[in-house]
Write a protein that binds this ligand. Sequence first.
Ligand code: AAT
Length: 277
Amino acid sequence: MELWYSERGIVPGLALSVEVSKVLHEEQTEFQHLAIVDTPLYGRMLWLDNIIMTNIKDEFVYHEMISHVALNTHPNPKKVLVIGGGDGGAIREIIKHPSVEKAVLVEIDRRVVETSKEYLPEIAGALDDPKVEVLYEDGIKYAKEHKNEFDVILVDSTDPIGPAVGLFEGDFYKNCYEALKEDGIFVAQTESPYYNEKLIPKVQKDIRSLYPITKLYLAFIPTYPGGCWSFTMGSKKHDPETVDFSTRPNYPARYYNHGIHKAAFVLPNFVHELINK
Ligand code: AAT
């Protein structure tokens, strides 16, 4: 008997289906339905509420691109905050930067972290690094309670449903702005330009109202709807498009390089239109 898992409902009219060879773990946590499955195509996968979060085959694209663009734009990032991202992939990338002294992960669902450590050590392995602090609380509340503290804030959130709705709202963005230092940089995953025609311009507007430098950049992720994925950056001082790469660290990466960093800001016309709506 073949078993297939389908991501359905988040983009109306679309199903993203993957053959599953083995279901390793399923539970209803306090916040969401969590599943870990093995698949022939993507290797091990983490699903939340029947939506694909990450998998062994393509996770490097998302985790490198949510992290390294901001971390190389900032000349000396020391303290970094990740909101969401309980699988630990963004944290693994952040601590590759030698200037980083502390990375704080604020994940609402403890079970995502615990399960990722157990079943996805390739992704979650860095969560035990001494530079990393893992807190189990709502990122919306955490951002409100911290001022002038971080060089970089990354929002590695689920889609704008359930506990993540507030992570796409103006008040949260304002609190993140205030939690950043005077030359801080903010990045949020902002979904697919094909299917989120309302969300992307709304986030652009919110971020533009706060930061002098606001940009959208893209990466290609086969397991997220549309395959073409967007990240929105707000920067108080440093322009991601004029980075002096000769002063930036070298570290191993599979997707990110300096050419990709520059190219990611080159947008197709329809995406330009979307962000200027
Ligand atoms: N690294 C890719 C995986 C994710 S998971 C996003 C995480 O955000 C989940 O573990 C979820 O529990 C957490 N989260 C949701 N809301 C909050 C909140 N309010 N505070 C803190 N953490 C939160 C991203 C996948 C993107 C999927 C694209 N389709």
